[in-house]
Design a binder for this molecule. Structure first.
Ligand SMILES: C[S@@+](CC[C@H](N)C(=O)[O-])C[C@H]1O[C@@H](n2cnc3c(N)ncnc32)[C@H](O)[C@@H]1O
Length: 244
């Protein structure tokens, strides 16, 4: 049973994302769209929260997006975000649990989950569900926070002076899984982890955001973070039905 955030907690999370992370969803969306390598299809954003990445997947990958979250209060916030983006027709909000996804086998071309896996009660079971719904040739991208040094945690405190925002970030990093832990869950689920990388923005990511036609700005800060703070695992489901 997960410890669900209250509506007020969800609003605080959204305020943190609004102030510090909007450009991150654009950069991550641009990276994912390039890795996906096509336009259209059906994408799922699992653990969508206020829906910011779902909006980017609709825009940058041109996909119809199923944005799923277990918490109805998050979905209420997402509803507003999607409406303001003018994407109601292309982003469908779904209440559900990653451990028991409400979609048919093989129905999702791109499945993404961003900073959610560390909340999953049974990560191997949840990964199996994500892989089950993936279509043959479909791409699954799981991204989450990785354990970081005390020095990086204090850089976050410097970056965000609001204690309520820093508290959310600190908790996520304290609860985070390492790449090794995450790989082990993939192995337990019998899913190949084709590629494990960090997620520092590249020049290509930035160029894609600048060329997307949407306003894009990386906030200026003097706070230096000198280690990777996220990992990303990508897996492409083989086209043959008989392959793992
Ligand atoms: C840290 S937030 C990240 C939200 C969003 N991906 C983002 O980065 O803006 C994690 C989200 O995962 C959702 N979540 C946690 N456990 C879940 C589960 N078992 N199934 C679906 N969603 C879940 C939470 O409700 C929350 O909205």
């Amino acid at each position: 049973m997960i410890n669900m955030l209250t509506r007020d907690d969800c609003i605080t999370c959204q305020a943190l994302y609004d102030k510090y992370q909007l450009h991150v969803y654009q950069l991550v969306g641009a990276r994912i769209a390039r890795l996906y390598g096509r336009t259209g299809g059906v994408a799922a954003d699992v653990g969508t929260g206020p829906g910011y990445l779902a909006v980017q997947l609709a825009r940058l990958a041109g996909a119809d997006v199923l944005a799923l979250d277990i918490n109805p209060a998050m979905l209420e916030l997402a509803e507003d975000v999607v409406r303001r983006a003018g994407l109601d027709a292309r982003v469908t909000l779904v209440q559900g649990d990653v451990h028991d996804l409400p979609w048919p086998t093989g129905s999702i071309d791109l499945l993404v989950s961003y900073t959610c896996m560390h909340h999953w009660a049974e990560p191997a079971k949840a990964l199996s569900e994500c892989y089950r719904v993936l279509s043959p040739g479909g791409l699954m991208i799981i991204i989450d926070a990785r354990p970081v040094s005390a020095r990086t945690i204090s850089s976050f405190a410097e970056l965000m002076p609001e204690p309520e925002y820093f508290g959310i970030i600190e908790k996520a990093y304290l609860e985070s899984l390492s790449e090794t832990d995450a790989r082990a869950f993939f192995q337990e689920a019998g899913i190949p982890a084709d590629e494990v990388t960090g997620l520092e923005p590249t020049v290509e990511d930035i160029m894609d955001c600048l060329e997307s036609g949407e306003p894009f700005e990386i906030p200026k800060t003097s706070v230096q973070i000198d280690e990777p703070t996220l990992w990303m695992i990508t897996t492409r489901k083989p086209l043959s039905k008989d392959s793992p």
